[in-house]
Design a protein around this ligand. Structure first.
Ligand code: GAL
Length: 859
């Protein structure tokens, strides 16, 4: 237990900590240590309060080859801190056998962040949730006698402490804590336990205090946080996770207001529509948080990435973990999200001196209108918020008039000039980045450079129906799946047979019977006499289901083979570890005159597939199991496919379009690219054609892709590919045609920007000229790579243009000089800036607020 004096001790403690280091210092190993602590306003680094902008990047959801670029893009986007969870099940699948190789190289990831000069927030958990298989717990923990997860239980606490200590020791040995000159300034123990602790009774309380003191005892030299844990014991800081955290207050006056998960979008389940969150709303939420005294804010996620292999949680979490994050699944910046948030971060940093110097003072400027001022002798910063979700407002503040768009915050870095408004986007956008390799986008096939897979070069191997492995075993009754497989495979066969003569009471017309199977989930394929006869599945809200189907039987012996499949183990909720899966029964045959209950018969069980055992996905040479016929069997269940392909040119990532395939898993050169399931479509309804950023956001407010496959494109990182020939292996569970698949690579499309006369001047112009208030709104465009030039103006209008990038159209009001002005400024240049004012374009419609919309092509 931590004593009551801990909080006050916390105020004076000086954790040894570091100053921000340069690459050469790190290389030379001469990084100075320094202190980190906190007070009621902020984290203190070297005794100084800091405003910190953080973003989550989960190292195993990308590749080490991608890390440096992702981190650099985060730094360029204005982040100070990279947050990651630690993924226990990856690191210690077998007790005491640790794996930190490749995508699991945590130390390398942390060092890469340090090399970029950024800090690290290490969320050890070791329960993490994160839409990750079993919430990050190794499934083997479930089999420890007497264990109860996430409560005051000795076997559980022993394991949790052992792993947490292991990670802390590793970090210490590499000098990665701030106190040692490393980048880690913060750590998390547990994860959102406060959301579920009610279910664990009084033991929850003692578990929380144990977890806190266990963590603190590891002596990392940096503060610990608990997310969503109202009763986090001192000195552990309780933090907020939500779409908005401006109303949050920590549980002690001595702790700073910290936001550890600001969800930039939401995760995608197979069978779901694709969620997105408008950047104006994210910026609004962040600005409100800083307005109301927050000092640490983390985007969950800044880069989401990919759930390779069987890493996705569930059930039913898709392979793409794109999340509509500022950096997309493939590692490309997503505009205007990334750019608008970068501008926001610059604006907030302009205010940093004032923000950290004092507490805020707020006043009302009218209904839903709030002004907040941070003022000291030397600095002044103000935030003007309009919380109305419909109406713009004009307010008077310090004797000056300000236009406040609905649902927006204006940031005044000197208490006079608006340097940023959350609803006014200056940043450029691009028609390609938004559409191309978004793994869910179906409509952009014209802009994808896709090439068909070669038809003739497929070979195949049949996966047997039912029992085919020597380690199958027979038990009476139906077994729960996870207890049986220990998640060694997604698949479990339940196999039995029945003899019929034709006059059994459970038969209809002598050969048919109504099969009923109840399953805890997630997916079931029923084979009768070797033939796929029925399928059943749950969904991401409810994995359990019951299947009823009329099946055909034949006189004599009938083989009944049930293939139960999991699609990511439950990762969230009270006692999520015990939810279970598989055919727990009953299994019955119903007829007009009677029922045959098969539930307590002997069943033969096989864990996993034959092809998994013989590692068909690894075969790079043609083993005898593979057949190359002139006709490729298609649309049949339980079949492995293999082809060779030359990697698409370039050094960027590729995607495989899985059109034509059913459900299964794919491997490129032996590395799993995850589960595929292009036939699982999003519901027809629930999507919006236009989603307003105004008003409170929730995860189902802005959905797209209704009625289409939840995920059709699957990421293949460039590092999975090699020169020359590459192997693609697929396991198809239900039936598909691999010759319909294609590759997709990203194409650079148009660049666009749309800026109005009311927008604030670009921040850089503001900072460099310091002509406070004098530089007006400006439209800026820059081709993505240094060797590109603007080659064509596809659209230019000053007046009242509307539409989105790629589909702008002229409004009623339109200056005749727009195209010429833009051509002169931009053609032949990599970047151009144009003032958005009537001085440049004349005034085509007096008294109307005008804007400039431009779309260009880069070559
Ligand atoms: C939070 C959790 C994260 C992630 C997120 C949703 O509750 O802490 O790990 O699951 O929700 O993406």
């Amino acid at each position: 237990m931590i004593g009551a004096g801990a909080a006050s001790r916390m105020l004076v403690f000086l954790f040894l900590f570091f100053i921000r280091f340069s690459d050469s210092e790190i290389a030379a190993g001469v990084v100075a240590s320094s202190s980190v602590g906190y007070d009621h306003r902020a984290l203190l680094i070297d005794g100084a309060r800091r405003i910190l902008v953080s973003g989550s990047i989960h190292y195993p959801r990308s590749t080490p080859e991608m890390w440096r670029d992702l981190i650099q893009k985060s730094k360029d986007g204005g982040l100070d801190v990279i947050e990651t969870y630690v993924f226990w099940n990856l690191h210690e699948p077998v007790r005491n056998q640790y794996d930190f190789e490749g995508r699991k190289d945590l130390v390398k990831f942390v060092k890469t962040v340090a090399e970029a000069g950024l800090y690290v927030h290490l969320r050890i958990g070791p329960y993490i949730g994160a839409e990750w298989n079993y919430g990050g717990f190794p499934v083997r923990l479930h089999f420890i006698p007497g264990i109860k997860f996430r409560t005051d239980n000795e076997p559980f606490k022993a394991e949790m402490q052992r792993f947490t200590a292991k990670i802390v020791d590793m970090m210490k040995q590499e000098n990665l804590y701030a106190s040692q000159g490393g980048p880690i300034i913060l750590s998390q123990i547990e994860n959102e336990y406060g959301n579920v602790d009610w279910a664990y009774g009084p033991a929850a309380k003692s578990y929380v205090s144990w977890a806190a003191s266990m963590a603190v005892s590891l002596d990392t030299g940096v503060p610990w946080v608990m997310g969503q844990q109202v009763d986090a014991p001192d000195p552990v800081i309780n933090t907020c996770n939500d779409y908005y955290c401006d109303q949050f207050a920590p549980n002690s006056k001595n702790k700073p207001k910290m936001w550890t998960e600001n969800w930039t979008g939401w995760f995608l389940p197979f069978g779901g529509a694709v969620p997105y969150r408008p950047v104006e709303d994210i910026a609004y939420a962040v600005a409100r948080f800083f307005q109301r005294g927050g000092t640490f804010q983390n985007y969950y996620v800044y880069h989401g990435g990919t759930n390779f292999g069987h890493s996705s949680g569930g059930p039913f979490i898709a392979t793409s973990y794109d999340y509509d994050a500022p950096i997309d699944e493939y590692g490309f910046i997503r505009q205007p999200k990334w750019g608008h948030l970068r501008d926001l971060h610059k604006a907030i940093k302009l205010c940093e001196a004032a923000l950290v110097a004092t507490d805020p003072t707020s006043s009302s400027l009218g209904p839903n209108l709030e002004a907040t001022v941070y003022k000291t002798a030397g600095a002044c910063a103000a935030f003007l918020a309009n919380r109305d979700n419909q109406y713009d407002a004009t307010v008077t503040f310090n004797g000056k008039l300000y236009h406040l768009p609905a649902w927006s915050v204006s940031i005044l870095s000197d208490c006079r000039n608006v340097v940023f408004n959350t609803a006014q986007i200056n940043s450029q956008t691009s028609s390609t980045e938004m559409r191309h390799l978004n793994s869910y986008n179906q409509t952009s096939d014209d802009s994808l450079d896709s090439s068909e897979m070669p038809q003739s070069q497929w070979s195949y191997a049949i996966e047997p129906v039912g029992i085919s492995k020597a380690d199958a075993f027979t038990k009476t009754g139906l077994l729960e799946q996870i207890n049986t497989t220990a998640d060694a495979s997604d698949y479990l066969w339940y196999s039995t047979s029945i003899e019929i003569t034709g006059d059994e009471p459970f038969l209809l017309n002598g050969t048919q019977s109504n099969l009923l199977v109840k399953s805890l989930g997630h997916v079931l394929r029923v084979f009768v006499n070797g033939k796929l006869s029925a399928s059943g599945m749950g969904n991401s809200y409810n994995a359990s289901f019951s299947l009823q189907k009329l099946i055909m039987l034949a006189p004599g012996k009938n083989a009944i083979d049930l293939l139960s499949a999991t699609v990511g183990l439950q990762d969230y909720g009270p006692f999520f570890d015990l939810w279970g899966a598989g055919v727990t029964g009953p299994v019955k045959l119903n007829g007009p005159n009677g029922t045959l209950d098969l539930s307590s018969k002997p069943w033969t069980y096989q864990i996993g597939l034959k092809g998994e055992d013989s590692r068909l996905y690894e075969t790079s040479d043609d083993s005898s199991e593979w057949v190359s016929d002139s006709t490729l069997p298609t649309n049949q269940p339980l079949i492995w496919y293999k082809t060779k392909f030359a990697a698409p040119e370039g050094d960027g990532p590729i995607a495989i379009n899985f059109t034509g395939m059913g459900k299964g898993e794919g491997w490129v050169n032996g590395q799993s690219i995850g589960r595929f399931w292009p036939t699982y479509q999003a519901p027809q309804n629930g999507c919006v054609t236009f989603c307003s950023y105004k008003g409170s956001f929730s995860s189902d407010k802005c959905l797209k892709n209704c009625g289409k496959p939840s995920q059709i494109l699957y990421h293949v990182p460039r590092s999975f590919l090699r020169w020359g020939s590459n192997d693609l292996v697929l396991f198809e569970e239900v039936g598909g045609d691999p010759t319909k698949m294609s590759f997709a690579v990203r194409e650079i499309g148009s660049l666009c920007a749309h800026v109005s006369e009311l927008h604030p001047a670009p921040l850089d112009a503001f900072i460099t000229t310091q002509k406070r208030g004098k530089s007006g709104p400006m439209l800026r465009l820059e081709c993505p790579s240094a060797n590109q030039l603007i080659s064509k103006i596809k659209f230019a209008s000053f007046g009242t243009p509307h539409g989105a990038c790629g589909s702008y159209s002229h409004g009623k009001c339109n200056s005749s000089t727009a195209l010429t002005v833009v051509q002169e400024a931009c053609i032949g240049a990599r970047s151009c800036s144009i003032r958005v004012s009537t001085e440049m374009f004349g005034d085509p419609c007096r008294g109307v607020t005008k804007s400039l919309a431009v779309e260009v092509a880069c070559l």
